[in-house]
Write a protein that binds this ligand. Structure first.
Ligand SMILES: O=C(O)CCC(=O)C(=O)O
Length: 296
């Protein structure tokens, strides 16, 4: 199975930004230069592992994990995978599995982590809005045609260009699990034709990619114009889990689609079915004065 990711000839490690964590000027300067900010071990490991555990419990309930092994290891049942079938109807079992993840309270609360919100507020210097469309990335081993191809998030996300994606590995991601790589400085190229980005035509062998294995607690955030791609999961049997959420200044335009659940296989009412009736996380964006636009 061919990978959808572009081959990376030049790979350098991410620039560690923990040294400028509270410094708005330096954060903005690194962000403008590289298109991303990387903070190793920023989040408490236990906060990340709680979300990981609950997602793996869902995977276990759906019969995806190998029996007799600690579920937290994320080992798939032999030969089993669940993902989109291109050019075919979406398997109903994938919809049920993914909607069960999107229903988790911990999963929905995670992007609001105070450490991440404080960081974004400093960077954006405004009240920050986190899109409720939180995404869980589940990559099964050997499913190389499901490795995320190079793209700019502005293409699917729209709204303001000054939107940041916060990508968090749910657990350690060693080299063979892959993770996400950044085309360094690609944010400076502006908004590009998506077809040329995904096909790799705009990238060449001189593109400098930043990537390294991730540890649990790491946070990688990148601008909406920054080209990034997944790396293949070449393990024999381990599922790669990560999350991504998008942040912007509350006064900037936001696409109405960003207020809906990812993939649209369920609506919020269905996803909230087992939550407390008056949970403040439910529909939290409805009480905010958003600049909502419809782009399609
Ligand atoms: O986790 C991945 O494999 C890809 C993540 C990604 O492309 C994104 O968050 O925009």
């Amino acid at each position: 199975m061919a990978s959808r990711a572009r081959e990376m000839r030049i790979v350098e490690t991410f620039v560690d930004c923990n040294d400028v964590l509270g410094d708005q000027v330096q954060l903005r300067s690194r962000a403008a230069e590289n298109g991303y900010l990387y903070f190793p071990r920023l989040l408490p490991v236990e906060d990340v592992l709680t979300v990981r555990h609950e997602i793996l419990q869902v995977a276990d309930c759906h019969g995806l994990l190998r029996e007799g092994i600690d579920i937290d290891k994320g080992i798939r049942k032999e030969g089993v995978y669940i993902d989109l079938e291109y050019d075919k109807p979406t398997p109903p079992e994938l919809k049920r599995f993914y909607n069960d993840i999107l229903s988790l309270h911990s999963f929905n609360a995670f992007p609001h982590h105070a450490i991440v919100m404080d960081l974004l507020e400093l960077l954006l210097a405004e009240s920050t809005f986190v899109h409720p469309r939180h995404i869980c990335h589940v990559l099964f081993p050997g499913r190389f045609d499901h490795t995320t191809e190079p793209h700019q998030d502005f293409h699917p996300v729209r709204g303001t260009r000054d939107t940041w994606t916060v990508w968090v590995p749910l657990g350690n991601i060693e080299s063979d699990l892959g993770g996400v790589a950044i085309a360094r400085g690609s944010n400076q190229l502006g908004y590009l034709d998506n077809e040329f980005v995904t096909s790799g035509q705009l990238l060449d062998d001189k593109t400098v990619w930043h990537w390294n294995p991730f540890s649990c607690g790491d946070v990688l955030m990148f601008h909406s114009l920054t080209i990034h791609q997944g790396r293949d999961n070449v393990t024999d049997d381990t599922i790669r889990l990560s999350t991504s959420a998008r942040y912007q200044a509350i006064s900037e335009p936001v696409d109405a689609a960003a207020l809906t659940p990812h993939w649209g296989w369920a609506d919020w009412e269905e996803l909230y079915a087992d939550w407390e009736r008056d949970d403040p996380l439910k529909y939290y964006w409805r009480s905010l004065d958003l600049n909502t636009q419809t782009y399609r």
